[in-house]
Design a protein around this ligand. Sequence first.
Ligand code: TPP
Ligand code: DXP
Ligand code: MG
Length: 626
Amino acid sequence: MAVLPRIHAPADVRALSRDDLDRLAAEIRHFLVQSVSRTGGHLGPNLGVVELTIALHRVFESPRDTIVFDTGHQAYVHKILTGRADDFAGLRQRGGLSGYPNRAESVHDVVENSHASTALSWADGIAKAYAIKGSIDRHVVAVIGDGALTGGMAWEALNNIAAAQDRRLVIVVNDNGRSYDPTIGGFAEHLDRLRTARSYEDVLAWGKRALRRSGPPGRLVYGALHGMKKGLKDVVAPQGMFEDLGLKYIGPVDGHDVGAVERALRLARDFGGPVIVHCITEKGRGYVPAEQDVADRFHAVGQIHPETGLPVAPSRFGWTSVFADEIVTIGHRRPDVVAVTAAMLQPVGLAPFAKAFPSRVFDVGIAEQHAVTSAAGMAFAGLHPVVAVYATFLNRAFDQVLMDVALHKAGVTFVLDRAGITGDDGPSHNGVWDMAVLRVVPGLHVAAPRDEETLRSALRVAVDIDDAPSVVRFPKGPLPEPLPVIDTVEGVDVLARTAGEGPRVLLVGVGPMAATAVQAAEILAAAGVGATVVDPRWVLPLPAALVKLAGEHDHVAVLEDGSVEGGVGALVAQRCAEAGLTTSFTFAGVPATFPVHATRGQLVEELRLRAEDVAQDILHRVRAGS
Ligand SMILES: Cc1ncc(C[n+]2csc(CCOP(=O)(O)OP(=O)(O)O)c2C)c(N)n1
Ligand SMILES: CC(=O)[C@@H](O)[C@H](O)COP(=O)(O)O
Ligand SMILES: [Mg+2]
């Protein structure tokens, strides 16, 4: 009889027999492959934490004990064990399950932020609060991957966690040796060494045999050692780095052996202080296409054929591919150009560059702040670094862009992929803050290309800027059709001029929103309102021609796939006001909200960013004479 249908809450998992547990793990694995094949999602990471998550919910009593997941992309099993298996048909879809923990879904979910390396700080804060509130019997458990452990915040948290030996805080390191690629750096090598050490279980078993064979005194010693705060493993093979930090270490544990993980977690739970449980897992475990995926073990898949793992729809030539191609061309021409990635070499399109110039690409781990400041160092020493990250992840390196790159007028180029609304990856993955946040950085240049040619051009110009930071941002997904230029005004592309009676409208399309602006102009023309559509291509520094053009029109609409608060539209309005213009404005962009996961198209409609929405809003303003 199937076990999974009997699981509606963690208590059901705790009630299972040992045999049922193995069956449950197999059934969950089958379920994940069948379901995520249909919806897309983080299949590989979740196949790697099936047994680990089962053991977690058997040893700790969520929500009384608090379990937080770092990044949260590996929380599908947690969702299954907390009664949401039936909801997976709607994974990452509007109205369906989020691809990450989500408090609106369950009391068992805490951290909704999908940005890596934050879980230990969450755990430290929660543990401090429990201590102050006297809830000393509540445990806090943080599950963090080896990749997320390469992020600086994790080490800030470890430093604090180690400072309080009385906190019931368990750190479960889910060590599968990879982010997307194999995890890099000295710490990753340290984990490697631990990983290859004799397993915790083996050492325990050896200790039991060896000491017990030596008669009553040996048995006495084994009992004393096993009961010791430090535990046998540390006595036999103390784990230097963690021990030096003041953190007890238990492991390495076979993360696919429910019993072994349970035993290690129980030991950690009862220790009464901060403990690291080092679980060795395999990303994509139990699904051959994922296990054999050299690139990233099916880290994130679209819809696939479950039998083969092959994509249902072939991926189309997209924005990232254009960057991947152009940066190689630039690399041939410019030996000083180097590339920096934060553990996302393939997703950001740097694999061809790495193949062509293996010594000129640097994977710094999930460490965007380090990526930016080390790039400032590279620029100081005569290189032109190109830092390629997803737009949303640059948020955490704002100070480094401002104070290490811009303050020193460093020629660093930032390539921001997934800029704008991405949608199904949830609110923390939309890349909508970059233009508003970076707007205040002195000297910084920002390009928002609208198609392939303007992207290639922007990259070529950016790498030639050697006295200031430059940013080139583009969205996720397939390339739009090229938009022809009918005129230019002091470097600003004019894409359309339509006839009409009465007030004339200036439509400023930022990046791919230029296409929406052209469509909106056509709708306005049909309503008898004439318009000019322009695309500045470089939105920072703001071209003076935009103010001049605004002065020649009665109403200005700025369309941007980014925050409308403090965005490009706000900047255009400010410059117009400074020039004494009294032009009225329509601002089409993303409001200061966290849109719930949905497709990009659904969010564009929800946020009224379609051409028909923008045209309607403009007509309303123009006809109201405002
Ligand atoms: C700040 C930040 N940078 C990059 C990412 C993209 N990202 C998502 S998961 C991941 C790899 C995480 O590796 P690990 O922590 O080892 O978890 P695993 O996928 O191996 O379970 C990366 C780089 C992110 N979510 N947050
Ligand atoms: C969890 C995480 O941050 C990444 O896996 C991200 O979800 C990938 O996004 P794309 O699928 O857009 O590359
Ligand atoms: Mg990993």
